[in-house]
Design a binder for this molecule. Structure first.
Ligand code: NAD
Length: 474
């Protein structure tokens, strides 16, 4: 049982000024795995003050210093590998193999990439007699969701540190463990006092507190659209810059010349990762009508290769993060059946033998129309909707007929068609066939999937202001 009831403010672990705590539930066992304090406005004010006080020095540190700091963080992060994997598996229910290969590695990737990208990053540019300078934006408030406890925190923190901006982090209250370990890593790595501050708590108090705080200059938020809107509204009152990484309903367009088995594998792998709790999940698989029956047969063949069960075993899917999330996913599966989609795998209820824990069955619907609820709303569970097309233009139209634009996927053989579809999809990140992860590639959404970009140099830019100095002798 983890007792994480202290906040990390100004380089110290401190008691909360309030007395409210919250239990953190292990979703695989439904038992209490730890406890956090629910921070107060006073706790937040202390953290913001610490960050503000750290700003004058940290913002003027050299690029070389910050590269070394990020490299030191990456080294310390590696030393805490086992602790991070244990904590994330416990709080999120993610299977250990996925925790190591996805969650642990993504967090590390962001620190390593930020250090590397910073080496080539130019903070000044000359245009004749004008000097253009990029300067740290000030104090950044970071608000993160529960589905990737190290990825979202690390990409924000790495970019902020690279830019020279001190931060106040409020991680998701459902999965706060990894952030505590990150704070310990930063302490070991020698992050100066006040540069990193962690205040646990609810969105209502600490989240709203961050977005409306007059002493916070920039808010980077990852989470749902509804909360993103609230963050924007609050931030507008002090004309604060915001970056929003929100939801998605991403399409995977399978081309006519695709190898059906490979396509089915790509579709299933993508939709079951992290039990479907992925903002970029390809939840709408758009396939040629003539490949339909073969594709569904291939999906049914592939699915048993992704067993659901105890995250401490060799399973590919663990439970969903919380009971509320389980109920929500069940509701969508019911809705899919009600609205006339055909269930070809999974369905409501828990998988056999998994009565305890928030486990769901990987579920596949076909005969889905793009106006059905399951094709329009983000489910955040392992639920695939299969839609068909006759002409490629129709596939692209279906793919783009969504309020979201976070990611898109194209699977097939012909290079030209792959490129053509990739360029016509309205989304911030397109993956062609099974392209591997690139930490330097910008990440963010079109349309209601967000504002701004994270990862690599694009991520660093978010934490900078641009100053033009005219009349500089050359
Ligand atoms: P959420 O919006 O409920 O919560 C996200 C964070 O915001 C949490 O830390 C929460 O405590 C906080 N919060 C809640 N109310 C707040 C308020 N009024 N002001 C400020 N902060 C507040 O989202 P969630 O359920 O934790 O995460 C799931 C959502 O996140 C999904 O919609 C998913 O698509 C999205 N997401 C997006 C990305 C991306 O990069 N685009 C990545 C992961 C998740």
């Amino acid at each position: 049982m983890r007792n994480y009831t202290k906040h990390y403010i100004n380089g110290e672990w401190v008691e909360s000024s309030g007395s409210e705590t919250m239990d953190v539930i292990n979703p695989a066992t439904e038992e209490v795995a730890g406890r956090i304090s629910l921070g107060t406005q006073e706790d937040l004010d202390r953290a913001v003050k610490a960050a503000r006080d750290a700003f004058p020095h940290f913002s003027t540190t050299s690029k070389e210093y910050r590269i070394e700091l990020l490299e030191k963080i990456a080294e310390e992060y590696k030393k805490r590998k086992d602790d991070l994997i244990e904590a994330i598996t416990e709080e999120l229910g993610s299977p250990v193999g996925i925790t190591e290969n996805v969650h642990y590695k993504m967090g590390l990737g962001h620190f390593e990439t930020a250090a590397e990208q910073l080496k080539a990053f130019e903070f000044t540019e000359r245009r004749g007699g004008t000097l253009i300078k990029k300067e740290p934006i000030g104090v950044s408030g970071l608000i993160t969701p529960w589905n990737f406890p190290t990825n979202q925190t690390s990409t924000k923190i790495a970019s902020a540190f690279a830019a020279g901006s001190p931060v106040v982090l409020k991680p998701a209250e459902l999965t706060p463990f990894a952030a505590v370990i990150l704070a310990e890593i930063f302490e070991e790595a020698g992050v100066p006092k006040g540069v990193f501050n962690l205040v646990n708590g609810t969105g209502e108090t600490v989240g709203n507190g961050i977005s409306s705080h007059p002493d916070i200059d920039f808010v980077s938020f990852t989470g749902s659209g509804a909360v993103g809107q609230k963050v924007s509204e609050n931030a507008a009152k002090t004309i604060k810059k915001v970056a929003l990484e929100l939801g998605g309903k991403s399409p995977m367009v399978v081309l006519e010349d695709a190898d059906v088995k490979k396509a089915a594998k790509a579709a299933v792998t993508n939709v079951v990762l992290n039990s479907g709790q992925v903002c970029t999940a390809a939840t709408r698989t758009i396939i040629p009508k003539k490949l339909h029956d073969d594709f569904i047969a291939a999906v049914q063949e592939v699915l048993p290769g992704y067993p659901v069960g105890d995250p401490n075993g060799p399973n590919m899917l663990g439970p969903l993060v919380a009971e509320k999330q389980w109920d929500r996913v069940q509701g969508y599966i019911e809705k899919g059946v009600e609205e006339g989609a055909t269930l070809v795998a999974g369905g409501t209820g828990k998988p056999d033998g998994l009565e305890k824990g928030y486990y769901v069955k990987p579920t596949v619907f076909t005969d889905v129309k793009n106006d059905m609820t399951i094709a329009r709303e983000e489910i955040f569970g392992p639920v695939m909707s299969v839609l068909t097309y006759e002409e490629l233009d129709e596939a692209v139209a279906i793919a783009n007929d969504t309020v979201y634009g976070l990611a898109g996927y194209v699977v097939g053989e012909d290079e030209e068609t792959l490129q053509d579809v990739a360029s016509r999809l309205q989304a911030g990140r397109i993956t062609v066939n099974n392209a591997k992860m690139d930490f330097t590639a910008p990440f963010g959404g079109y349309k209601q999937s967000g504002v701004g970009r994270e990862w690599g140099d694009y991520g660093i830019e978010e934490y900078l202001e641009v100053k033009a100095v005219l009349g500089m002798p050359s």
